[in-house]
Write a protein that binds this ligand. Structure first.
Ligand code: GLY
Length: 369
């Protein structure tokens, strides 16, 4: 028997820059051309972004093919859309010297990134997030994929972008419900990593909701730094990166169970409340924080009621299929205080007894919290 080692060279090739600013869409293509000389560019966006001035602002007079995903949103985030995009790329005779540019929210970034991961075994990806969810979270860290009929992101790959460009002015055209729901990812970042940031969000909510450029830039930089620190420490979610799933275990289950009728951010807000109730039940405190959070979500006009059509059985069924479940039961990310995630024996996701979780789901479904 012989053993041959295959040494994959560790490289800095996966490092990338996140540029945050306002009103600089028109400069991005030149920067991409400088970064990726000779690459043919292919923009993937959706019907929501196509209605705004952002595409024109980005592309100007350049000759760049654009694929518009229609309808926009989670309804299209499936393998059929990926096949349609790749068919179009093939018809355009695109090769491995192509770079995909994702312009849009989380679903566009996830799908374009996934195309980048699998087309001809992988091509370059640039992320230009235009929603509060994508600017805070999904454009950084390289998670890409699409949903199956049963679960979210069932098909997926890690594909780090070559660069991320966050122009906060793109948020100014976002509809209010999407804008507000996306801020839940910023609140999540503050809860797990930065108490001062949490205070900033609570104290400057009016400026954020009025979409004042300075406030938007401030939260964009904070979000990108917090997310980048976590993915630098654990790029492939072996342990610490799980903290970014705070509120997502129950949140994702409610989102899937609603057939994506409720927005990701709304589902995560309910999931964050659920995590806080679990923390209280486990004696981690936080009684004051839960009231603050409810008020914060109320100010964002986020409905914390679980839709009546969703049953306890359905939520339990979905969480037992959680990607990171052990013996069909998920681990939960919890915080010990605002800005500090709970880490025990080096682990960031914790076993919580089924009985406790069931009690919490009962509370959520009773809508008395
Ligand atoms: N959105 C969670 C993560 O990127 O890990």
């Amino acid at each position: 028997m012989q053993k041959l080692k295959v040494k994959i060279p560790a490289s800095l090739a996966d490092n990338y820059t996140v540029t945050v600013g306002s009103d600089f869409l028109s400069q991005i293509i030149q920067q991409v051309k400088k970064l990726l000389p000779g690459k043919e560019l292919f923009v993937i966006t959706d019907s929501n972004v196509a209605k705004t001035k952002h595409l024109k602002g980005l592309i100007g007079k350049e000759k760049i093919s654009v694929y518009v995903i229609n309808p926009a949103g989670e309804k299209s985030k499936n393998i059929n859309t990926i096949i349609k995009i790749i068919d179009t790329m093939e018809k355009n005779a695109l090769g491995r010297d192509t770079a995909v540019i994702a312009v849009g929210g989380g679903t566009v970034g996830d799908m374009a990134g996934f195309v980048g991961a699998i087309f001809k075994r992988g091509i370059d990806v640039i992320q230009i997030p235009t929603t509060t969810v994508a600017q805070a979270d999904s454009s950084i860290g390289g998670k890409t994929g699409v949903d199956s009929k049963i679960s979210k992101n069932a098909f997926g790959a890690f594909k780090n972008p070559k660069a991320v460009f966050v122009d906060v002015c793109t948020l100014k055209t976002l509809d209010e419900k999407q804008f507000n729901a996306g801020l839940v990812e910023s609140i999540k970042h503050a809860l797990i990593a930065d108490a001062a940031y949490y205070k900033f969000i609570c104290g400057n909510l009016n400026d954020i909701l009025a979409r004042k450029t300075k406030a938007l830039e401030y939260i964009a930089v904070k979000n990108c730094r917090i997310k980048a620190d976590v993915v630098e420490a654990d790029p492939y979610e072996k342990n610490k990166r799980r903290i970014l799933n705070y509120g997502h275990t129950i949140g994702h289950a409610i989102e899937s169970a609603s057939n994506y009728k409720i927005l990701h951010g709304q589902a995560v807000a309910i999931g964050i409340i659920a995590a806080n109730i679990i923390e209280q039940k486990l004696g981690l405190g936080g009684e004051k924080r839960i009231e603050e959070l409810k008020e914060l979500f109320r100010n964002l006009d986020i409905d914390l009621n679980v839709p009546k059509s969703i049953t306890k059985k359905k939520i339990l069924d979905i969480i037992s299929r959680d990607k990171k479940a052990v013996q069909k039961w998920p681990r939960f990310v919890l915080i010990e205080k605002t800005g500090k995630v709970l880490c025990r024996d080096g682990e960031y996701a914790h076993k919580v007894e089924r009985k406790v979780v069931e009690e919490v789901i009962d509370i959520l479904l009773s809508q008395k919290y």
